[in-house]
Design a protein around this ligand. Structure first.
Ligand code: MGD
Ligand code: MGD
Ligand code: SF4
Ligand code: MO
Length: 744
């Protein structure tokens, strides 16, 4: 008798948090559909959600630890043996080289799973190294930095109220392919169509006519890296025409006059030749934003991973403030996350602000931001001898030799390490350098809750998913692996009492929550609370605690009883309660950003002089670098192509279907040419995350659809100065034909 069962689960693969309905029979997945009853996604899903079945079954996915042998191959080893070897190799490096001798890189999937979110920081604290790196500095740090300066925490990022807005301006984001980022809102196509159906307007600013641009009322090509200029010009028009009016928000803003004055040099006529958008169009954009009953400006990857990332990210919200749209329905609003958010804990309305610049990277002197150094500095910190040199690395759910700038150099640096441990599910481009790879269980074998993403949700919800399948006996969950590593770096050896450590972690978190001013748990006894939580362990216990301390005072039992999620309502105005700045005000003119405006002003005289620049593009069936081993996601025509405008192709002798050489300061790749007028002249695009023909990687499907690694071209010396975030869009390149199209 087949025992068919239906489970409901939030998809962990991107920021959209779609509800899935997963049918299983005798331990096998038989179907994955969208959960029609999910309170947020209402049945929407994308091809990646369906591919969770293939991921769960992928024969290349690791099920047991792997050790690299002298010949460079990998052999399976037992868990205890793996931890013993890690202790044996890592402990002397920590003893002789100090804490900074061990570097850590944390990748994107770590933000989507409870274990790394909650236990990653326990491990980092025990390690005590300053060499902490993550995918955040090839991604969103400029936005978190700017928001942190303005509103007081790195998670206080306003999101467009897409379900109520009358006018949405999107810069450098393609939610129809990415499904949204720093904007959790499943089914963005449906939500954009709804804006237009209710008489609203969608405007897209992008050097490519993306799928999102095709859905919009209006699309403007923009020269890469000039969004801050454009936004300054929009603000200039608002000031010039008397349209700048924050409304009731003015009482909560510091630095308004200063910001208004800063816009002065950025008249539309001055900015137009820089960004490639006509002055009259800029004026019209500004007037329409001001006139709309409600409007929101939203920027993402294209505005972050570029030369003026922090400025552009800041100016997005400056324009939202000046048009009176910050914190009002239909504008840009703050989510109120159900658990663990830095803007729902502590005293409401005021805080200590964000931390950065407490230390600098050893070689280049780049600032620490939020406890991390820029990953663009990682290779040199491994290569450069001296005190504090990185001699060993731990990677957690990351593939930096594909995903970060000058990945060729980083791969060579990794090859020179004394020791490396990777927590990962594949032997891939990065983990092939590891001495030991420790796998995580399948996403279907863990509980799930989007602690991080609910901070950026366009509607407040809470949705918890228990595991679909249990863990096999003797296989640790990823949080247990992280605790065993914690014990090793804390000098407690390889055989830690994981349960004992876990209870300590829960106690520490509980004490922190209890001691927080304004804590919703105040008056409760720590021991009694711990007792109440003790039926659970691991991330579930910590989550239960954070939910109880959270703004809705939920418990995990409440969520367990609601498999389709709990609807916590539309976004509500939160100023001033949401603020955690020391002044208790919105800091409209934070000093580091104001200082950087000089650089923006100087660039006004810059003109495109025939130079070609490279940008990226996301594709619906990719997930950064790591889902190309699933056959359905890589079927069909080659997707890793160079998009070139016909004029640019002609100028450089490139032909559709032929191969081009693309060269930058950092490296060179040869890539298939696709000529298209969907990209602006002088700009070319290659999607990131490809290049799977690397020696030593064990990705049998991906290898057949290798493509090229665009980050061979990304230059680790090109960084945004305030956060050290890599410039991945707007990289100067040279183009040349390699060979003609094969005759057909
Ligand atoms: N040129 C260019 N480069 C970019 C970008 C771009 O737009 N252009 N985008 C950047 C952005 S936004 C990001 S977020 C980064 C991503 O950068 P990374 O996070 O470094 O890269 P991913 O491809 O997401 O790699 C994820 C890794 O986690 C592993 N993995 C998957 N699931 C699990 C799990 O449950 N546990 C563990 N332990 N491992 C798991 C995968 O096998 C893979 O090795 O790439 C950046 N790189
Ligand atoms: N299918 C899929 N979904 C994903 C991912 C994935 O790899 N595949 N990755 C996930 C991750 S980690 C993230 S961070 C998000 C990212 O989510 P998005 O930011 O929505 O994704 P992108 O497609 O990179 O969109 C960036 C857009 O910026 C444009 N652009 C490039 N340079 C500039 C510029 O200077 N100015 C302007 N205005 N535009 C510019 C590009 O042409 C592109 O259309 O997606 C997430 N979702
Ligand atoms: S859109 Fe994102 S969350 Fe939804 S099914 Fe696709 S990958 Fe999963
Ligand atoms: Mo990302």
């Amino acid at each position: 008798m087949p025992s068919e069962r239906v489970s409901y689960r939030t998809c962990p693969l991107c920021e959209a948090t779609c509800g899935l309905e997963i049918t299983t029979s005798n331990g096998d997945v038989t179907a994955i559909r969208g959960d029609a009853d999910d309170v947020f996604s209402h049945g929407f899903l994308c091809p990646k959600g369906v591919a969770l079945k293939a991921l769960h079954e992928d024969p290349d996915c690791l099920r047991t630890p792997m050790r690299r042998t002298a010949s460079g191959d990998f052999e399976p080893v037992g868990w205890d043996e793996a931890f013993a070897e890690i202790d044996e190799r890592l402990t002397p490096i920590l003893r002789d080289g100090g804490r900074n001798a061990v570097g850590v890189y944390i990748g994107n999937p770590a933000a989507h799973h409870l274990a790394p979110v909650l236990y990653g920081r326990v491990f980092l604290k025990a390690l005590g190294s300053r060499n902490i790196y993550s995918a955040s500095t090839v991604d969103q740090y400029p936005k978190q930095f700017a928001s942190g300066l303005m509103f007081g925490t790195g998670f206080s990022v306003p999101v467009p109220d897409v379900d109520r807005t009358d006018h949405l301006m999107i810069l450098g984001a393609n939610p129809l392919a990415s499904n949204g980022s720093l904007l959790t809102a499943p089914d963005m196509r449906g939500r954009l169509r709804a804006i237009r159906a209710r008489g609203g307007k969608v405007v897209v600013i992008d050097p490519r006519r993306s799928r999102t641009a095709e859905e919009a009322d209006e699309h403007h090509f923009i020269r890469p890296g000039t969004d801050a200029h454009l936004l300054m010009a929009i603000a200039h028009v608002l000031v010039d025409e008397g349209l700048a009016d924050p409304g009731p928000l003015a009482d909560h803003c510091a630095g308004l006059d200063e910001v208004l004055a800063l816009t002065e040099p950025f008249a539309p006529d001055v900015v137009a030749p820089v960004c490639g958008i006509e002055a009259d169009e800029i004026r019209r954009m500004a007037r329409e934003l001001a006139a709309a009953p409600s409007a929101a400006v939203y920027g993402r990857i294209g505005t972050c991973t570029q030369e003026y990332g922090s400025l552009a990210s800041w100016l997005v919200d400056v324009v939202n403030v000046l048009t009176g749209n910050l914190d009002r329905p239909g504008g840009a609003m703050f989510a109120r996350a159900p658990a663990g958010s830095s803007n729902t804990t502590g005293e409401p309305g005021r805080g200590r602000g964000i931390r950065f610049g407490r230390w600098q990277s050893r070689v280049r002197g780049m600032n620490e931001v939020f406890g991390e150094l820029p990953v663009a500095c990682l290779a040199e910190e491994i290569e450069t001898p001296g005190e504090g040199q990185i001699r060993a690395m731990v990677t957690i759910a990351g593939n930096p030799t594909v995903s970060t700038a000058n990945s060729g150099r980083l791969a060579r640096a990794f090859a020179s390490l004394e020791f490396m441990v990777s927590l990962d599910i594949y032997v891939n481009e990065t983990t092939r350098h590891a001495n030991l790879i420790l796998p995580a269980p399948s996403p279907l074998q863990r509980s799930h809750f989007d602690l991080a993403l609910y901070n950026f949700s366009a509607h407040n919800v809470a949705n918890y998913s228990p595991p679909v399948f249990p863990l096999q006996d003797g296989v640790p969950d990823e949080w247990e692996t992280l605790l065993r590593l914690t014990a090793i770096v804390a000098g407690q050896g390889a055989d830690a009492d994981v349960d004992g450590l876990d209870t300590m972690v829960a106690k520490t978190l509980l004490e922190r929550e209890l001691s927080m001013p304004g804590s919703r748990l105040q008056g409760r006894e720590a021991d009694e609370l711990l007792e109440e939580l003790s039926a659970r362990r691991g991330p579930d216990r910590l989550l239960d605690l954070l939910l109880r301390a959270g703004p809705y005072e939920l418990t995990l039992d409440d969520l367990d009883a609601a498999p389709h999620g709990i609807d916590l309502g539309p976004l509500q105005p939160r100023i001033p309660e949401v603020l955690r700045t020391p002044s208790g005000q919105i800091e409209l003119a934070p000093e580091p950003l104001v200082a950087d405006v000089a650089r923006l002003r100087e660039s006004l005289s810059r003109r495109a002089n025939g130079e070609v620049v490279l940008i990226g593009r996301r594709q619906l069936r990719s997930n950064n670098s790591w889902m190309h081993n699933l056959p359905k996601l890589v079927s069909g025509p080659e997707r890793c192509t160079l998009h070139v405008h016909p004029d640019t192709a002609a100028a450089h002798g490139l032909v559709d279907g032929a191969t081009a050489s693309v060269r930058s300061r950092a490296g060179e790749v040869e890539v298939l040419v696709e000529v298209t007028d969907a990209i602006m002249p002088g700009v070319v695009s290659i999607p990131h995350g490809w290049g799977h023909d690397t020696d030593g990687a064990e990705l049998s499907v991906a290898r057949e659809h290798a493509g090229v690694n665009s980050n061979i071209l990304a230059d680790e010396e090109l960084v945004e100065p305030l956060t050290g975030n890599a410039v991945l869009n707007g990289i100067p390149v040279e183009l040349a034909p390699v060979r003609a199209a094969a005759a057909v």
